[in-house]
Design a protein around this ligand. Sequence first.
Ligand code: ADP
Length: 162
Amino acid sequence: MTVGVYPGSFDPFTVGHLDVLTNAAGLFDLVYVAVLHNVDKRPTFTVQERMEMIRNVLAAEKLDNVRCGTFDGLLVEYAKSVQATHIVRGLRATSDFEYEFQIDAVNRHLDNSLRTVYFMASPGHSFLSSSNVKEIGLWGGSIKGLVPEINEDIIRERLARK
Ligand code: ADP
């Protein structure tokens, strides 16, 4: 069985993330979305909030072969714990490439049996990031079309309260 792990901050989960996840769900038998629990990153949404929103999307999109989990520490350890064969990441721009290139080298050093696959961002999502969504939402702009519809109200209200 092929198992992919799609790790990230997902603070919050965007339609760009959904695009990558849908591609991964078509490629692997089972995919784990792994929400990074890293206090140093000072996330806007708690791990619980981020996971709940991802689970809303999985149900709405009927992504039946996708599970949502959380991890801290080393990704390779989490990957091992769910018997993952591959890591999944998305690429938007050359700046992502530089970063991913380094992370891949580190992960191979830690576990050379794991390989990472990359999906290119859809043309319409190449400038979309969680940070953009937060910036727009904090200033009261429309986040319609940037995050999955099912979470639009939750994210808008939550950012307005900040
Ligand atoms: P991280 O903090 O690990 O970069 P993110 O939640 O920002 O977590 O991103 C998780 C993964 O999704 C990364 O591989 C990132 O490049 C990818 N990604 C983020 N936004 C998009 C997008 N709009 N299109 C495609 N991939 C994306």
